[in-house]
Design a protein around this ligand. Structure first.
Ligand code: AVJ
Length: 331
C-alpha cells in the first residue's frame, strides 16, 4: 500500500485497523441504542463522497471556511512570528483550503514543510502529487495515519516550531467530553509558542444546519449508507442498503446535528466475519454521527480548559463558521 504514495509515510497497521473495525462494529451494533463510529466513513468511497459533499450548495461549512482563509490566510500567517516552521494538518482531505495558507506563506518567504495527516491513502496520493506539481519549491511530506498515530509521530520525530491545522469542524465529531480530551492531547503534542488553527461550525438557525445534512442530491445519504456498504464488503455483511434510511437532524439538547440510519423494516442482518446476526425493529436507529455546532462561549471555554490562549477569531461574512487561532503559552 505504501508504495503507491511516493512522498508519503504510511503508518497504518492494516491488521490493527481491521481488528479495530471489527471490534467497534460488533460493540456498536450490540449496544442499545445501536451506534457505529463516524470515523469509519472515510474509506476510499467515503472520502470521495465527502469531497462531493463539500461542493454541495447546502453544505455551507466548506465554502465558509474557504471564504475565511481566502480573506484572512495572510493574517493567520502574520500571527506566526517565525520564519521557519512545520505546517501540520490533521485530516487534510483534498488540500483546497490549505492552499490559502501556503500561498501567503510562500509569498512571505517563510520556510515551511507541509505535513498533511490523513487516513485515506488515495486522498493523500492525490494531495501530495497535486501540491508538488503546483508548488515545486514546497516541501511536502504526507503521513497516512489515524489522528492518534499521526500525532504520536509528530511528537516523537518532528523538530522545530509547529503550526497545527485542524480545520473543517472535524473536532465536532468527538462526542461529549471527548472533544476536550482530544484538545488536551493536541496541547501536549505541541510545544510552548506553537499554534493551533481550528475550524469550527457555529450554532445558527437549525433550518440551515438541517439542510446541510439533508442535501437535495442525496449525497449525504449515500455517505451515511456507505458505512453499511463498507461492513458488507470488509466484514462480509448482508445489509440491504434499500432497507435503511438516512435521517439527520439538529438536536438542541446535545448541540449537534445527529445522523442516523433507520431500519425501514423489521429485519435481521448477518455479518459473517463476526459470526453473528443483528436484529432490527422497524424504524430502529443506528446512530452514526454527531456533528457539533459551537457557541462562542463554548469555544472560549474549550481553549482555556485545554490550556491554549486564544489569539484571534476569523469569521466568514455571514458568521456561520470560525477559524480560531490558539497559541500554547510560553513556559
Ligand atoms: C467532516 C466531520 C466536519 O460533521 O459536518 C458531512 C462530515 N457528515 N456531512 C461534518 C459530514 C455529513 C463533517 N465533518
Amino acid at each position: 500500500m505504501s508504495g503507491l504514495c511516493s512522498d508519503c509515510l504510511d503508518l497504518t497497521d492494516v491488521q490493527d485497523a481491521e481488528k479495530l473495525f471489527k471490534e467497534q462494529v460488533s460493540a456498536g451494533l450490540s449496544s442499545s441504542p445501536k451506534t457505529l463510529p463516524s470515523r469509519f466513513f472515510y474509506d476510499e468511497i467515503g472520502s470521495r463522497l465527502f469531497q462531493q459533499i463539500t461542493r454541495l450548495p447546502e453544505y455551507y461549512l466548506t465554502a465558509c471556511e474557504l471564504e475565511i482563509l481566502r480573506r484572512s490566510g495572510g493574517d493567520i500567517i502574520s500571527l506566526v512570528p517565525r520564519r521557519k516552521f512545520n505546517l501540520v494538518e490533521l485530516g487534510s482531505g483534498d488540500g483546497t483550503k490549505v492552499i490559502q495558507l501556503l500561498e501567503p506563506g510562500l509569498a512571505d518567504n517563510r520556510q515551511f514543510t507541509y505535513l498533511p495527516i490523513d487516513q485515506s491513502v488515495s486522498a493523500m496520493q492525490t494531495l501530495t502529487s497535486d501540491l508538488s506539481e503546483r508548488y515545486p519549491e514546497l516541501e511536502v511530506r504526507g503521513i497516512v495515519a489515524e489522528y492518534g498515530a499521526g500525532l504520536e509521530w509528530i511528537r516523537r520525530h518532528l523538530k522545530g516550531p509547529v503550526v497545527l491545522l485542524f480545520l473543517g469542524s472535524n473536532l465536532g465529531n468527538f462526542p461529549g467530553n471527548e472533544a476536550e480530551a482530544f484538545l488536551q492531547r493536541l496541547r501536549y503534542t505541541l510545544a510552548p509558542e506553537d499554534f493551533l488553527v481550528i475550524g469550527l461550525d457555529l450554532y445558527k438557525d437549525p433550518e440551515i444546519m438541517n439542510r446541510a445534512y439533508n442535501d437535495s442530491h442525496g449525497v449525504t445519504a449515500q455517505f451515511n449508507l456507505n458505512l453499511l456498504r463498507r461492513i458488507n464488503r470488509e466484514l462480509r455483511g448482508n445489509f440491504d442498503l434499500e432497507e435503511f434510511r438516512h435521517y439527520s437532524t439538529f438536536n438542541p439538547s446535545t448541540g449537534g446535528v445527529e445522523s442516523y440510519l433507520l431500519s425501514a423494516s423489521k429485519q435481521s442482518v448477518l455479518i459473517r466475519d463476526l459470526n453473528r446476526t443483528f436484529e432490527f425493529d422497524r424504524r430502529e436507529p443506528i446512530h452514526t454521527e454527531h456533528s457539533h455546532k459551537y457557541t462562542e462561549d463554548e469555544i472560549r471555554c474549550l481553549a482555556n480548559r485545554a490550556g491554549f490562549e486564544m489569539e484571534a477569531n476569523l469569521y466568514d461574512s455571514r458568521s456561520y463558521f470560525v477559524d480560531s487561532v490558539w497559541r500554547v503559552p510560553a513556559s
